[in-house]
Design a protein around this ligand. Sequence first.
Ligand code: ZN
Length: 160
Amino acid sequence: MQIAQNAVAAFHYTLTDDEGQVIDSSEGRDPLTYLHGSGQIVPGLEKQMEGRVAGDKFDAKVAPEEGYGVHHAELMQEVPKAAFQGVEDIQPGMQFQGRGPQGEINVTVSKVEGDTVFIDGNHPLAGKTLHFAIEVTDVRDASAEELEHGHVHGEGGHQH
Ligand code: ZN
């Protein structure tokens, strides 16, 4: 069967950036399983999964707008070290929960200079074009219960 609304699909993927650097991969792990049409994978990839069948291998290029979003300069801020009370040693790459205009956001420390900490509230992959190498391993109908819950049960899904 083909991947369509309310199908459960499993696939292996390797995600690389414009330079061909591997960002993430399912290699050595179980394939990723998702409920098609429920927004569990980035929109640009979900679109390109449509109509595929088990055994299909293809490359999918996804623009930031249909991936993890564009990069927002206003989500980059400089804050004094004193704002991080109770944190001993602030290092680039550390993540914190912060408050943004739309509620809680995850921020990543991008740089520390003296008493100033540069934080970035963008998703780490915001602004990046995503290059997926996909191999579809399985496609099946979702069960009535899965559709009701909006997620996949069993192998690769929720165990409950
Ligand atoms: Zn469930």
